[in-house]
Design a protein around this ligand. Sequence first.
Ligand code: UDP
Ligand code: MG
Length: 318
Amino acid sequence: MTIGKKLVVVIPAYNEEEMLPVTIPAMSEVLDRMVSAGKISSSSKLLFVDDGSTDKTWPLIEQYRQINAFVSGISFSKNYGHQNALLAGLKVSKDADVVITIDADLQDDINAMEEMLDRYLEGYDVVYGVRNSRETDTFFKRNSALFFYKLMDKMGTKTIQNHADFRLMSRRSVDALLEYPERNVFLRGIVPQVGFKSINVYYARNERQSGTSKYPLGKMIKFALDGITSFSTTPLRMIVWLGVATLAISVILIVNTFIQHLHGNTSKGWPSLMISIWFLGGSQLISAGILGEYLGKVFFEVKQRPRFNIAEDSYTDK
Ligand code: UDP
Ligand code: MG
């Protein structure tokens, strides 16, 4: 029954030559254990996605492939980024029954993979790896990450707290995910939208053992902005509110100027100038906001996201 599920572990790797000699044996051991326990088939794979590395990452993967039956890989023509690497892995592993995505640097607890698989075998389609502490992250990383999550949440991008891209997905949930044709991928935002039965598995996040973070601040800010602008039109709507506020101020100003004028407290030309500036400014912002509202509609239309995903169906004959 459950024996023989093919698991593919998708591992993006960008200049990870220092990590691979540690990562590959460690992950192979976990797979071995699960094969022995009869939880997964022996055809299960580690699928490395070399994201255009400039070091020995790809030759290393190929080298390991000769001596380790679990190892396989694809190599990008250039650096396309972590999210695209994950997506490529999901696309390529068409014959997998179940896929786990995990970073190459062993920061995520590889032993949690077995627990994830257990949850899958119990019938869950999506299992999120959630870190229960950020103690091992630097003070800066911890707080900047917290800030970005808060901001994203406020802006209407719903994500699982403290979950990065360490997750298990069943065949059907991956298939559903691949139906989202958008070019700007922010998987943490899309996966919850795909739906299906999901559960969290908790683990302690380790420090990166060797090599350096491939996510410097610049990349992280871009990532967070992508997360917001690919999922929410809240920033556009904020323009309308700014316009409304400005217009409200202009009304107060008009009344105030009128009163001051009656008392003879204003110099010539000043009232009309002030009123024009505020009133026109407010009107323009509201106009821009209205354009934004339509742009927001177009934004969601061009994404061509599926309207729904079906979990059970007793109508269609199978
Ligand atoms: N990565 C990638 N392409 C990139 C940057 C990173 O494939 O352009 C991979 C990297 O090799 C690692 C994972 O994405 O497996 C997460 O990167 P990293 O550990 O450097 O990020 P951090 O944990 O510092 O946020
Ligand atoms: Mg890392």
